[in-house]
Design a protein around this ligand. Structure first.
Ligand SMILES: NC(=O)c1ccc[n+]([C@@H]2O[C@H](COP(=O)([O-])OP(=O)(O)OC[C@H]3O[C@@H](n4cnc5c(N)ncnc54)[C@H](OP(=O)(O)O)[C@@H]3O)[C@@H](O)[C@H]2O)c1
Length: 248
């Protein structure tokens, strides 16, 4: 029960890494709110996480949505000890395909969404809260065809440092997790066939020193550490969980 008596918000908590983290946080005693946009997933997520979890609709790019999320959290939980700003997406962006819409989509979901999340929940954040951002190993290594997503994640890593200074007075800790290639539904949302998804994952695995993609719960365990009091002396850092992809 490493999160007993704590409350947590996980944006993008209805799938993949966010959902795995929500399951672990609930199992460790936290009261958890998760957000997503696609309401067709909500009933299954509610059943998965149990009746005590809050499953809330909210697009992280919308201040109105996120203020409504913050209000519901205030009413149900009274405040927040942990935020996992996890909602995001990786889009292929070879430079000849980049246009205004694609640029805005990538930057808005990943960067603006995290800024909006922080602004919306600031009144709820308790002294000593932990705010965790989800970056990517690609921000460190670079990656062919995915440059804008890698750059957006690098911006988040920078924000983790600056916000750490900005909120020292409130004792709010900002840290990031940099996942490697993790086996989640993310790439199946690119509109490619199941066979292409399988092929892509096999190709990715070839470049990972440990030889396989990570599991969503590998990131959840890192989030649990950064959320818990065990990491109370850890601030402004990025915890890399990538099977060695950026390190070896
Ligand atoms: N999988 C990887 O290999 C990998 C590697 C590095 C970093 N990451 C990062 O990990 C995070 C989670 O990715 P995942 O692999 O778990 O993907 P996923 O399974 O596709 O889950 C993404 C989650 O984010 C939500 N979401 C997306 N856009 C949103 C928005 N604008 N507002 C609110 N919620 C939104 C989705 O719900 P709705 O669709 O209902 O909105 C879903 O719950 C992302 O930030 C991703 O960039 C993933």
């Amino acid at each position: 029960m490493r999160l007993a008596n704590k409350t947590a918000l996980i944006t993008g908590g209805t799938s993949g890494i966010g959902l795995a983290t929500a399951r672990l946080f609930v199992a460790e005693g936290a009261r958890v709110a998760v957000t997503g946009r696609n309401e067709s997933t909500f009933a299954a997520v509610q059943t998965d996480l149990g009746e005590k979890a809050l499953v809330l609709k909210g697009d992280v790019r919308s201040m109105d949505d996120m203020r409504a999320v913050a209000t519901q959290i205030q009413e149900s939980f009274g405040g927040l000890d942990v935020v996992f700003a996890n909602a995001g997406h990786a889009f292929p962006s070879p430079i000849d395909k980049v246009n205004n819409d694609l640029y805005n989509e990538i930057m808005d979901i990943n960067v603006k969404g995290t800024v909006v999340t922080l602004q919306a929940v600031l009144p709820q954040l308790r002294e000593g809260a932990s705010f965790i951002m989800n970056t990517s190993f690609t921000a460190q290594t670079g990656k062919h065809g995915i440059s804008l997503t890698a750059a957006a994640k690098a911006a988040l890593r920078s924000l983790a440092r600056s916000w750490s200074f900005e909120f020292l007075g409130r004792k709010i800790r900002f840290n990031a997790i940099a996942p490697g290639a993790i086996d989640t539904p993310l790439v199946s949302k690119w509109g490619i066939s199941d066979e292409e998804v399988h092929q892509l994952k096999s190709e990715l695995a070839e470049f990972i020193p440990l030889g396989h993609l990570g599991r969503a719960k590998d990131i959840a365990f890192a989030a649990l550490y950064l959320a818990s009091d065990e990491s109370s002396y850890v601030v402004g850092t990025e915890l890399v969980v990538d099977g060695g992809a950026s390190q070896l």
